[in-house]
Ligand binder design. Structure first.
Ligand code: SF4
Ligand code: SF4
Length: 204
């Protein structure tokens, strides 16, 4: 029995060396094909994320923190905040993906996240973002955001000035009417006094 086992131990390596028999996977150089429904490291489309933080609020393990990332759209995400995920806590439930109102977060196919330190498995938007704007595109969008803000301010200022002018005109129109009413009142009083005087004289 022992003899047979020993022979097998010698023949098996010889067999695998001469024939192409797969004895192990060449991980991590060659990854196995993962199913389409695999829930791996999240993928973030930073070009449409609005920084609402719904993903962070819904996460049952509180593993999402909103952090700054400069490659988003300042027109849609004014604070330029994006999710950072702590994979030391994540249980890959996918609730954050379901909650995202613009569908910019999805479960990806990457599964490798090993690191030497605890902080190595906290992945920020720079790691998660599969789509992002370039620095030039961000600068252009920022210029556009400033132009829109200036235009809004100009319209608001013009509206305020028009309201002020309207109020001033209304006030000016009311003033003569009041003055006229006061003059009418004084005239009526004078006439009444004049009417009363002869009577007083007659009685004397
Ligand atoms: S998959 Fe679940 S646990 Fe992981 S970040 Fe999203 S909501 Fe949190
Ligand atoms: S990933 Fe989605 S839910 Fe999370 S902040 Fe961005 S838009 Fe909101």
């Amino acid at each position: 029995m022992l003899k047979r086992k020993m022979i097998k131990n010698f023949t098996w390596p010889l067999k695998t060396a001469t024939q192409e028999i797969e004895v192990t996977r060449l991980y991590p150089e060659v990854m196995m094909e993962l199913p389409a429904a695999e829930r791996g490291i999240h993928e973030l489309n930073a070009t449409i994320c609005i920084g609402c933080g719904s993903c962070a609020r819904v996460c049952p393990n509180s593993c999402i923190e909103m952090v700054h990332f400069k490659f988003g759209n300042p027109l849609k995400n004014k604070k330029m905040q994006f999710p950072q995920i702590d994979y030391g806590r994540c249980m890959f439930c996918g609730l954050c993906v379901d909650e995202c109102p613009v569908e910019c977060l999805k479960m990806g196919q990457r599964v490798t996240m090993a690191g030497w330190e605890r902080k190595d498995i906290i992945k920020g938007p720079d790691f998660l973002a599969t789509k992002r704007f370039s620095s030039k595109e961000v600068a252009d969008l920022e210029a556009e955001a400033k132009r829109i803000a200036a235009e809004k301010k100009r319209i608001a200022d013009a509206k305020k000035a028009a309201e002020k002018e309207g109020a001033a005109k209304e006030g000016a129109a009311k003033k003569p009417a009041k003055e006229g009413a006061a003059a009418n009142g004084a005239a009526k009083k004078k006439a009444a006094a004049a009417e009363a005087k002869p009577k007083e004289g007659g009685a004397a």
